[in-house]
Each structure stands twice: as structure tokens, then as C-alpha cells.
Write a protein that binds this ligand. Structure first.
Ligand code: ATR
Length: 289
């Protein structure tokens, strides 16, 4: 347990609700491992009070904040500066105290990238399938663009939404990276095995047995499946990938690394893979798994 004294720094989470967060387990374990006198606490922010919450945090010299549902977009208007990736994605989940005010970052996508790297999954020069066209899928497409994927096949129930994201990302890059398709058109995908990222909300507990595409023929095109969902730890999507002989991963390490990257930004430190393992165990214990 961190010794609290006059020099202890405070970090925290702004959201509504906040009671199920794993972030205190992540950051308080990191503070202990790094020997920092830092405590991390959840702050429940009432609707309509986000601006006041950020101003209050600044007045109190809260060193760093995470921002969660429903404030990741709204908080962008209360920061002094925005990291370019966060600006592009249109969502901020981390605030870092600077002399002028808070600087807003998105560590969700770099977190996903670092989680994939830690599992040995490559994006660079790869063809990647993305399922979904909501905020999460859009952010994933920008991440894939930043990390130079070769081609992205964006499949969604509502093709118009996939089309819009494709136009945005392709316009940003100045080349045709993202190809939009309807879910049922998966048979038009190239006849080869690819990485597939599941970025819809389908399969989230308690709807554990739901999946966007359940035809085995689709999974013949997947060598690795990455589901952003981590409740349950094995989704139907993951089961389908495994049934077709592929490797499958849940999104819990993405949650771990978004926290680790935020902690690194707040404290100007590097968290090793060994320390990340310890934090991962603490997180799982807090989740009761
Ligand atoms: P987020 O911001 O977390 O990505 P979202 O914007 O609500 O959430 O997006 C949810 C995604 O899940 C969308 O791609 C949605 O498909 P539509 O764009 O067609 O709505 C997808 N989704 C949700 N329920 C679905 C279902 N039953 N079948 C297929 N796709 C579904």
C-alpha cells in the first residue's frame, strides 16, 4: 500500500457510472511497483457537470485523469491541447496535467496496438478484416492506417456507416486502404487467411452466445481473431475462430495497456512487460477471474 503524505499525487477516473472500473487496480498496482507516492480514485461525474469537474481537478492539481463513458467526446472541449491521434479518433480517454491545462490523449488505440504486439500479432503490411462501424471500429481503422496495414476490409450490418468510415480514413491517407462491405458479402473477401478484429458490441455479456457472422465459411478466412470485448473472456466470435483452427484473443489486455500508457504519460516512465504481467494479475483478481 502506498504511504500517503503531503507529497502524494492524485490521479483518477471521470465517468458515469464508475463503480465497475478496473482502473484503480491497474494504477495503484503500478504506483506500488514503480515506488511512486500516487493514489488513483474513481470520480463519479454527474451529467452536465463535466466542465466543472475538469476545472476542479485542475484547481486541485490532479496530475492525471482517465475519462470513460459517456464523456470521451464531450471532454475534448475542456482540454487546452489535443494529441493528434486523439483528435483524429475523436475520443479522449486520458488527460495529462500541463502548465497551461490538461492535454487530451487517446490511449485506447495505442493500448490495443501494444496488446497485439505483446501477443505477437502484426498489423504492418497485413490485410485486416474489421467487423463493425461504430466509434470503436472507426478508431481501429485509424489505428490500422497509422500502422500501415496493407488493406482493411470493413464489414458492417449497415453498409452506409462502413462506407462513411472508409471515405474518412481513405481521405485522410490519400489512398484506398479501407474497403467497405456488407456482413453477408464476406464471400467476396480474398481467398486467404487474415487477422480479424471484432469491434461490434455483439456477444457482450449477457448475450454471450451472439456473434455478427456465424457461418463457418467466414472463419476459414481468419488466422487470428481479436475481440475488443472482454466480458465474457471467451466470446462466441473467439469460439468460431478457434473452431476453424485460428488463434483468438479477448480485449482484456487492451484495457491493461490503455491504463499502462496513461500511467507512462502521467509519470514519464516506462512500464516493462514483467511489470505489465503483475498488473494484469492484479486486474484479473479485482475482476474475480
Ligand atoms: P461503439 O461506439 O462502441 O463502437 P456503436 O457505435 O453503438 O458502439 O456501434 C455498434 C456496432 O455494433 C455497429 O457496427 C453495429 O452495427 P450497425 O452499424 O449496423 O448498427 C453493430 N451491431 C450492433 N448490434 C448488431 C447486430 N445485432 N448485428 C450486427 N451488428 C450489430
Amino acid at each position: 500500500m502506498v504511504k500517503i503524505d503531503g507529497k502524494t499525487m492524485t490521479c483518477g477516473l471521470l465517468g458515469n457510472p464508475v463503480e465497475h472500473t478496473m482502473s484503480p487496480a491497474i494504477h495503484n498496482t503500478l504506483a506500488e511497483l514503480q515506488g511512486h507516492s500516487l493514489v488513483y480514485v474513481p470520480f463519479l461525474v454527474d451529467h452536465g457537470k463535466l466542465g466543472q469537474a475538469v476545472a476542479g481537478a485542475r484547481a486541485l492539481h490532479i496530475k492525471g485523469l482517465n475519462v470513460t463513458v459517456p464523456y470521451k467526446t464531450e471532454v475534448m472541449q475542456y482540454v487546452k491541447e489535443l494529441d493528434p491521434l486523439a483528435q483524429q479518433i475523436g475520443a479522449v480517454n486520458t488527460l495529462v496535467e500541463t502548465e497551461e491545462g490538461y492535454k487530451g490523449y487517446n490511449t485506447d488505440m495505442p493500448g490495443l496496438y501494444r496488446a497485439m504486439v505483446s501477443e505477437g500479432i502484426r498489423i504492418e503490411e497485413e490485410k485486416v478484416i474489421v467487423l463493425g462501424a461504430g466509434g470503436a471500429a472507426r478508431a481501429v481503422c485509424f489505428l490500422l492506417a497509422f500502422h500501415k496495414a496493407k488493406q482493411v476490409y470493413l464489414l458492417n450490418r449497415t453498409v452506409d456507416k462502413a462506407q462513411k468510415i472508409a471515405e474518412e480514413v481513405n481521405g485522410f491517407l490519400g489512398k484506398e486502404l479501407v474497403v467497405s462491405m456488407a456482413l453477408q458479402d464476406y464471400d467476396r473477401l480474398p481467398d486467404e487467411k487474415m487477422l480479424a478484429i471484432q469491434a461490434t458490441s455483439v456477444g457482450l455479456a449477457p448475450h454471450d452466445d451472439e456473434v455478427v457472422i456465424d457461418e463457418p465459411a467466414f472463419y476459414e478466412k481468419v488466422h487470428t481473431g481479436y475481440d475488443l470485448i472482454y466480458r465474457p473472456l471467451e466470446t462466441k466470435f473467439m469460439k468460431c475462430v478457434k473452431a476453424a483452427g485460428g488463434a483468438a484473443y479477448h480485449g482484456l489486455k487492451m484495457l491493461l495497456y490503455q491504463g499502462i500508457i496513461a500511467y507512462e504519460l502521467w509519470n514519464h516512465v516506462f512500464v516493462s512487460e514483467e511489470q505489465a504481467e503483475v498488473v494484469y494479475e492484479a486486474m484479473k483478481e479485482a475482476m474475480g477471474i
